[in-house]
Design a protein around this ligand. Structure first.
Ligand SMILES: [Cu+2]
Length: 252
């Protein structure tokens, strides 16, 4: 009976690893990360894979060791009394230094990816101003003059359009509480903080329709704070702005 429990514990790493492998193998990434369409997405995904592999390896080794000890020293057959030790200075030094060194390595290793998505801001005026509000995304595009805050601004709600293969600069704001501007396919996720204007930039390499969601629990209606991202050619983007502008003018 004793060995039974060590086998039960062995199921934890077996199912744990199996579940990940199954999720990765699932067709069309239905469970895994959504398709990456952005310029910098592969860097983020690479870091994700690297950290997953690292923690996965540690998980397998520690679970394996746990199983081996459970199996070997199982109470029914092991007649030797347990020996207790208390505190090991060397061991504590090792298990402090190893994680610290690992974290330091990851911190240095990810610096370039971080700089690309959070520090090296493109030198341009905002493509669109995005304002989170319970429970929708308010959008404002500069009109023909290319400047925000002028009478020809174009307004929209939840329907974000951007041109493909161009740097996009978003001016992110919030009207009430914390929201989080999340474009899963572009690997973009940034909190919108009341009182702050936060620049967010990215570039989509593919056209299509994708998700825009709020990734911060912002109130009872958080679940429905969903928008749509349409990536299209420069001509289609301009035609869209023109359409919105005409509609706006006739309803004035
Ligand atoms: Cu929200």
């Amino acid at each position: 009976m004793g060995k039974f429990w060590s086998l039960v514990f062995l199921l934890v790493p077996v199912f744990g690893v199996g579940l990940f492998v199954w999720a990765i193998m699932m067709p069309e990434n239905r469970i895994w990360l959504p398709r990456d369409i952005s310029e910098h997405g592969h860097q983020i995904d690479h870091l994700f894979d690297f950290i997953l592999l690292l923690t996965g390896a540690v998980f397998v080794v520690t679970e394996g060791a746990l199983f081996c000890y459970l199996w070997k020293y199982e109470g029914g057959t092991n007649k030797e009394p347990a020996k207790f030790t208390h505190g090991s200075h060397n061991l504590e030094v090792v298990w402090t230094i190893l994680p610290a060194a690992t974290l330091l390595f990851i911190a240095i290793y990810q610096m370039n990816a971080w700089a690309d998505v959070k520090i090296r801001k493109p030198d341009m005026s905002p493509t669109v101003e995005v304002t989170g509000r319970q429970f929708e995304w308010r959008l404002r595009y500069p009109g023909k003059d290319g400047k925000l805050g002028t009478p020809d601004d174009v307004y929209a709600v939840n329907d974000l359009h951007i041109p493909v293969n161009e740097d996009i600069l978003v001016d992110l704001k919030s009207m009430d509480v914390l929201h989080d501007f999340f474009l899963p396919n572009l690997r973009v996720k940034q909190d919108a903080v009341p009182g702050m204007s936060i620049p967010v930039w990215f570039r989509s390499l593919e056209t299509g329709t994708f998700d825009l969601v709020c990734a911060e629990l912002c109130g009872w209606g958080h679940y429905k704070m969903k928008g749509r991202l349409t990536v299209e050619s420069r001509e289609d983007f301009e035609a869209y702005l023109e359409r919105m502008w005409q509609a706006q003018e006739t309803t004035k």
